[in-house]
Design a binder for this molecule. Structure first.
Ligand SMILES: [Zn+2]
Length: 284
């Protein structure tokens, strides 16, 4: 029998904390901390925040799971995208150009009135389950830090915070110990490391501010779809047609010679910026 159970209270679909956009594929699991030591900042408190305050604040942020000292809560289905690991640039290219599209986010709660060691153990158990469910290995587990450089979870990045949380003198060792616990939960036959470590960045690229929209989503429902063109020109050759619900990473808005705007996509192609056809979503 499973050691823990997973409770579920799904957020209502909304543009900020649960877009309903499907993940392209699950290529990794990302571990976070809530960074909220406040009393009562439990899994359900975060559910309430992401179903209320975060939406009114137009905060593009969320995660799939929250683990606290006595329970695990899923708030976004595993096959949908959450805004948990967005940034202007990324430290790894293993997760494509937009890691939110490819990853499941797990938050460990650090509320002072909760049992942190229990919350961390639940997180390790859950990560192991998610890795196995998605046929991934331990090298597909990332700290938020590994992807964007953000100090998250801080006790796996800074030694002083590792000490503060009773995880020993070294954040690196605390992170290794957590991974070892995940491997133990995954069961025998799991190897600890097969891929090279992620290179250190020259400097942190994370900007702890809301980032401009990073995705454009097709909202036009017509069967003909919306044209994606090779250059920023509405008369340029069509590369392909995209359909309602499709979403793409955007780089910038460009003015066409027709005087209307198009989004330049990460792929180098262009799509109309007209609100009748597309809307932007973006985030943290
Ligand atoms: Zn994080």
């Amino acid at each position: 029998m499973a050691k823990y159970t997973i409770n579920e209270s799904l957020l209502q679909v909304n543009p900020y904390t649960r877009t309903g956009i499907k993940l392209k594929k699950v290529m990794g699991i990302v571990i976070h901390w809530t960074a909220n030591k406040g009393k009562g900042a439990s899994d359900t408190a975060h559910y309430r925040y992401y179903s209320g305050g975060a939406i009114s604040a137009k905060s593009y942020a969320s995660a799939h799971y929250f683990c606290d000292g006595d329970s695990i809560l899923r708030v976004i289905p595993d096959n949908e995208m959450a805004y948990h690991v967005g940034a202007r640039s990324y430290r790894t290219n293993r997760l494509g150009s937009y890691p939110n599209n490819m990853t499941i986010g797990v938050e460990t709660c650090v509320n002072v009135d909760g049992n942190f060691k229990q919350a961390l153990d639940r997180s390790a158990w859950l990560v192991a389950k998610l890795l196995k469910d998605n046929k991934l290995g331990i090298d597909d587990l990332y700290r938020h830090y590994d992807i964007t450089g953000k100090d998250c979870p801080r006790y796996f990045v800074y030694d002083a915070t590792a000490r503060e949380y009773g995880l020993g003198d070294s954040a690196a060792k605390a992170w290794s110990a957590f991974k070892a616990q995940v491997v133990a939960y995954m069961g025998e036959g799991t190897k600890l490391s097969t891929k090279p470590p992620i290179a250190k960045p020259a400097g942190s690229t994370y900007k702890d501010k809301e980032v401009a929209p990073t995705l454009v989503k097709v909202i036009y429902k017509g069967r003909d779809g919306v044209a994606v063109r090779k250059t920023a020109d509405f008369s340029a050759p069509v590369h392909s047609y995209v359909k309602y619900g499709d979403a793409f990473t955007i780089v910038k808005k460009v003015k066409t010679k027709q005087g209307e705007y198009m989004w330049r996509l990460k792929s180098g192609l262009f799509i109309t910026a007209h609100e009748k056809y597309v809307k932007t979503i973006g985030g943290k």
